[in-house]
Design a protein around this ligand. Structure first.
Ligand code: AMP
Length: 197
C-alpha cells in the first residue's frame, strides 16, 4: 500500500498557464494536457458551465462574468479544492487560475498538502492590440457575452492590476517560462514543447 502511494505521489504534476485574456491559454493547455496525460482545469469553463446549468453558484457569478470582473477569491478557492479533492493523482494544468496573489498563496498551500509540485508556469505573451482583435474574433463563435471589445478591454485592465503580479510571484520561485504567443497555434505549441522538455 505504502509503495503504491509513493508511486502516485511521484506522478503528481502541476502546470499553471499564465497570460492575458485572449492569449490562447485554453487552446494550448488543451493540447499540452493531451500530450502529457494531464487534466485541464479551466475555471472560466467551470464557471460558465454553472451559469448555463443555472446552479446557485452560476446565478451568483453570471453578472460578474458578464462584466469582466473577477469572481471573489473564496468561491474560486472552494471550487479548486473540490476539483483537486476528487483526484487520487494530481496531474493537472490550470487555465485561468490562479488570477490573484491570494489565490496563488492558497494554491501553494493546497499543493503542498497534496504533495503535488509545480513543474512549470508557462506565460503566453501577446501584445494588447492583438489580444483585443483575437477576443472580438472569438466572440463571433464562442457565444460568450464577455467576448466583445468593451468587456475585453476591461478584462485586460483587470489582468494588469490583479493577475500580472503573479508573473513576479512565479519568477521568484523559478517556475516562470515566458513564451512568445504570437504566431500560428502550431508555432506557439512548438515553443511551449521546447520549454516543457
Ligand atoms: P476565462 O475563461 O478564464 O477568461 O474566465 C472568464 C471569467 O470567469 C473571468 O472574466 C472571471 O469573471 C471568471 N474567472 C475565471 N477564473 C477566475 C479566477 N481564477 N478568479 C476569479 N474569476 C475568475
Amino acid at each position: 500500500m505504502t509503495h503504491n502511494k509513493a508511486l502516485h505521489r511521484e506522478s503528481n504534476q502541476v502546470v499553471i498557464f499564465l497570460g492575458p485574456p485572449g492569449a490562447g491559454k485554453g487552446t494550448q493547455a488543451e493540447r499540452l494536457a493531451a500530450e502529457y496525460n494531464l487534466i485541464k482545469i479551466s475555471t472560466g469553463d467551470i464557471l460558465r458551465d454553472h451559469v448555463t446549468r443555472g446552479t446557485e453558484l452560476g446565478q451568483q457569478v453570471a453578472p460578474i462574468l458578464e462584466s469582466g470582473k473577477l469572481v471573489p477569491d473564496d468561491l474560486l478557492i472552494a471550487l479548486i479544492r473540490d476539483q483537486l479533492s476528487k483526484r487520487e493523482t494530481v496531474r493537472v494544468i490550470f487555465d485561468g487560475f490562479p488570477r490573484t496573489t491570494a489565490q496563488a498563496q492558497e494554491l501553494e498551500m493546497l499543493l503542498e498538502q497534496l504533495g503535488a509540485p509545480i513543474s512549470a508556469v508557462p506565460l503566453l505573451e501577446v501584445p494588447d492590440d492583438i489580444l483585443i482583435t483575437r477576443i472580438v474574433e472569438r466572440g463571433k463563435s464562442s457565444g460568450r457575452n464577455d467576448d466583445n471589445e468593451a468587456v475585453a478591454r476591461h478584462r485586460q485592465d483587470i489582468y494588469r492590476q490583479q493577475t500580472q503580479p503573479l508573473i513576479d510571484y512565479y519568477a521568484a520561485r523559478g517556475h516562470l517560462k515566458p513564451i512568445n504567443g504570437v504566431g500560428s497555434m502550431d508555432e506557439v505549441y512548438g515553443r511551449l514543447q521546447q520549454v516543457m522538455s
